[in-house]
Ligand binder design. Structure first.
Ligand SMILES: [Zn+2]
Length: 292
């Protein structure tokens, strides 16, 4: 677009120049505007354009530098030094499965993340998306064998920060799993601005999030097991807590609010124990070992 604008403005200038030049041919000496003046002014204009171009260029460089910096510090990029590798349970070709660094909300709480720095499901390439769904199906099967349901949640807030996408999986007892859609729908109806610009509850039963929410918008999305759930476009990020989904599950399970408001640190030994236990559950179902 920038390129097209530049080209059209250059064309406009040429047209303007030839119009002015033909006008000037008939001018008398008494006229105080000369061709020389015209060259000076168009040179000044070019200089102005050059400055604008430079400004745009340094803005783009600044943006990519900030993105690189946030990727280097990213705790979820697989290539990042900040990733706590001992929390990883399974590695696919595009995504990996890990347990949370802090105290888990429920036993079996886990994260599916893209290996590379992607910020939301609405911006995922097809191959990353489909492997994420494979991990989801595997987790549903695994928890089913423990007579547990599970919910999958994604909270994509402040898109400008370009945070790494995390799909959170929270297992819960079956009788609560059946109730989860009712709880979530009610919570979404009551969240955020009272008069929302966007439809408050977006139904994901017949289309997935990538076809329900435009790319670049902040949103919360929840799916129930293998069933599509709901999404909500976040209108006011100050009114929408980053722990919204966990608060709903925590409320259903009657947990203390400190379990979801802030991350509670967990020591290395407890983390290690958690990973080993999870890896034991995962092993018979491991979708990275069998071609599906
Ligand atoms: Zn990342």
């Amino acid at each position: 677009m920038v390129r097209r604008e530049k080209m059209s403005s250059a064309q406009d200038q040429n047209a303007l120049y030839s119009r002015m030049a033909s006008k000037m041919m008939g001018k008398t000496d008494g006229d105080n505007y000369t061709l020389d003046d015209m060259f000076v002014s168009s040179a000044a204009q070019r200089e102005g354009e050059g400055r604008e171009e430079e400004r745009m260029r340094s803005k783009a460089i600044g943006e990519s530098r900030r993105l690189n910096a946030s990727m280097e510090r990213c705790r979820h990029c697989f290539s990042s030094r900040e990733l706590q590798k001992h929390l990883v349970v399974a590695i696919g070709s595009k995504v990996y499965l890990s347990v949370p660094a802090g105290v888990s909300m429920t036993e079996g709480h886990c994260h599916i993340c893209p290996l590379q720095h992607h910020c939301s499901a609405t911006g995922l390439d097809e191959d990353v998306w489909s492997e994420m769904q494979l991990f989801r199906r595997t987790l549903v099967r695994m928890f089913e064998s423990q007579e547990l349901d599970c919910v999958f949640m994604e909270t994509h807030m402040d898109p400008r920060k370009r945070q790494h996408m995390v799909l959170e999986c929270l297992p819960l007892p079956r009788e609560l799993g059946d109730m989860a859609p009712i709880y979530f729908k009610k919570a979404i109806m009551e969240c955020d601005e009272e008069w929302a610009m966007n439809k408050k509850v977006v139904d994901l039963s017949s289309k997935d999030i990538r076809h329900a929410v435009p790319r670049g918008l902040p949103y919360f999305a929840v799916d129930f097991g293998l069933q599509g759930g709901f999404a909500h476009v976040i209108e006011n990020e100050h009114k929408f807590p980053h722990y919204f989904g966990k608060e709903v599950v925590g409320g259903m399970m009657d947990l203390e609010p400190r379990r979801w408001r802030k991350m509670i640190r967990e020591n290395f030994d407890d983390q290690r124990k958690k990973v080993l236990e999870f890896a034991g559950w995962w092993k018979p179902y491991d979708c990275t070992k069998t071609a599906e």
